[in-house]
Design a protein. Structure first.
Length: 274
């Protein structure tokens, strides 16, 4: 049960771009009173093709920025950054980190056909966390993996539907359907913004699994534990808004954020140059 009287924390959230807003959306549903700082690293998006060392450098710099803004905890709302950098972040910084984990477990457990699809970035599919999850929970399950090249760019451009988006999604999803997949895991936080376009292809017979709600619940559980451990914690003043920062185009971040919460004031959006 969600306790709306949980003390107020400052939660930092970052992604390679606007995709992490799909996680922020689920977090603010159950914890609307926290202070949130969202960081979109769109100038370096997508992270998928970049070397691990570069992703770690970006994640480290963003973490320092968020800590400087008062973050008590950081959500790495990016599957690729989680796979590449979260171990390093946890070793180098003392505050807690929440990462993304492809929802292979629920997909495997719920599949009736024994076939599931995973749509993710190259960085996620090659990551040790994902592959360990496969070994643990997808034994005996046929997993159809597709690297969603080009999908992150479409979301960053606000092309959430239309012929170009439909054609690219069909390229990745049709082979999953032909193999009999009845569960498709979205392994990138950008992809939930394409959910309606995906459902136009899959119909109602396939379950699309977005891990964001589970991540939001995990964050709640961690904050609840932090509250119990820090009884002398001084709560900050409640706020109904999030501060947004981007290394890319402010209008892009503004437009996507307002799809979730219309009317966010212009002054909540800021440029970050590093």
């Amino acid at each position: 049960m969600i306790d709306q009287n949980l003390k107020i924390f400052t939660v930092g959230i970052f992604d390679s771009g606007v995709g992490g807003l799909s996680v922020w959306k689920e977090i603010i549903k159950i914890m609307p009173n926290n202070n949130y700082i969202y960081f979109s690293d769109s100038a370096y998006c997508p992270y998928g093709p970049r070397p691990q060392s570069e992703i770690i450098d970006r994640a480290r710099a963003i973490t320092k920025f968020l800590i400087g803004k008062g973050a008590d905890i950081i959500v790495v709302a990016c599957n690729t950054a989680t796979a590449a950098a979260i171990k390093t972040l946890r070793e180098e910084f003392s505050l807690p980190f929440i990462g993304m984990e492809p929802a292979v477990k629920p997909a495997a457990l719920c599949s009736k056909t024994g076939v599931i699809g995973v749509l993710a970035t190259k960085g996620t599919l090659s990551g040790s966390l994902y592959n360990q999850t496969l070994k643990t929970y997808a034994n005996g399950i046929e997993v159809i993996e597709k690297e969603g090249k080009g999908l992150v760019a479409l979301v960053e451009e606000g092309k959430l539907n239309g012929e170009e988006t439909d054609q690219l999604l069909r390229k990745y999803i049709t082979p999953m359907l032909e193999k009999g997949a009845d569960q498709i895991v979205l392994g990138c936080t950008h992809y939930p913004f394409l959910l309606e376009a995906i459902k136009q292809i899959t119909g109602n017979s396939v379950k699309i699994i977005d891990p964001a709600p589970a991540v939001a619940k995990h964050l709640y559980d961690v904050l609840e534990q932090m509250q119990e451990e820090k009884l002398d914690y001084e709560p900050l003043k409640p706020t109904e808004t999030t501060m947004f920062y981007t290394t890319g185009n402010i209008e892009t971040l503004m437009g996507m954020a307002r799809r979730i919460v219309p009317g966010i004031e212009d002054e909540k959006f800021n440029a970050a140059d590093f």
